[in-house]
Design a protein around this ligand. Structure first.
Ligand SMILES: [Zn+2]
Length: 264
């Protein structure tokens, strides 16, 4: 599932490529045709992300709410693309490129009350200006669940998925099963700062790279996919830093990875 950095990057890219000017909205296979017609010909005021949710605010139209879920994709294509293959729910065409939305978990036109109901269920997002560390500290202090579960809880912190949660526990040197509310405030604040730095880098690179570039001898942008993470999907392989064997556990019904030496 795309994590928050992907959605923020999409918001940024949509703002850059669909503004200014009118946006042509269509639903090539039809299931969203009525709603696309409402959006069609309007200008995009702003695309905005909150965690894994994307909101597109068009002038004179309801808000477009998208959640990509597990398999959804929102991809840019050249303007001259004529193919409509692949169950495209919504195609948005600007002056520079077009964007095809396929397989989203949510794609709906909503009003302000609906939007408020969606964001009320979300915790602070480290990539948003209104995302506050204090709120993260407060929400963590109320969770007895393991840290790795709390980091996935979108009400605790919005935008973290399965890759970042394991990597953050590793970078903090904390066992993923440690109860969230047992961590002291300084530790929780440093987790927030780490999440902010890491997600910002993720937006910039448009992929997740948690490895320290100096360990690999290159820049973050040039680290290859086999070397960009410390623990995620590396069970049985040696830890990049200490050589111990990375282990796999199940936390909050999802797989989590850790180094038994550094995260004892
Ligand atoms: Zn290690």
């Amino acid at each position: 599932m795309p994590e928050g950095h992907t959605i923020h990057r999409l918001a940024k890219d949509l703002n850059a490529s669909l503004r200014p000017g009118k946006v042509t909205a269509t639903s090539p296979q039809g299931p969203f045709a009525e709603q696309a017609e409402i959006l069609n010909g309007n200008t995009l005021v702003a695309a905005e992300a909150w965690g894994k949710h994307l909101f597109l605010d068009f002038a004179n139209a309801p808000l477009l709410h998208i959640h990509l879920g597990l398999i959804g994709k929102l991809r840019p294509k050249p303007l001259e693309t004529s193919s409509t293959e692949g169950a495209i729910r919504l195609r948005l065409e600007g002056n520079e490129k077009l964007w095809d939305l396929t397989g989203p978990m949510t794609c709906a036109l909503i009003d302000d009350d609906d939007a408020a109901a969606v964001t009320a269920k979300l915790g602070p997002d480290p990539l948003r200006k209104d995302g506050k560390a204090d709120e993260f500290v407060d929400r963590m202090s109320r969770k007895k669940m393991p840290l790795a579960a709390a980091l996935l809880d979108q009400k605790v912190i919005a935008g973290i998925g399965n890759v970042y949660r394991s990597e953050f526990c590793y970078l903090a040197g904390i066992n993923p099963n440690t109860p969230a509310n047992s961590l002291d405030e300084d530790t929780v604040r440093s987790l927030w700062d780490m999440a902010t730095r890491q997600l910002k880098l993720g937006v910039k690179l448009n992929r997740i790279v948690t490895r320290e570039p100096s360990e690999v001898g290159t820049t973050a942008g040039k680290i290859d996919n086999d070397n960009r993470l410390y623990v995620y999907k590396r069970e049985g392989q040696p830890c990049h830093r200490c050589g111990d064997e990375i282990r796999l556990v199940e936390i909050a019904k999802r797989k989590a990875w850790y180094c038994p030496t550094e995260q004892a």
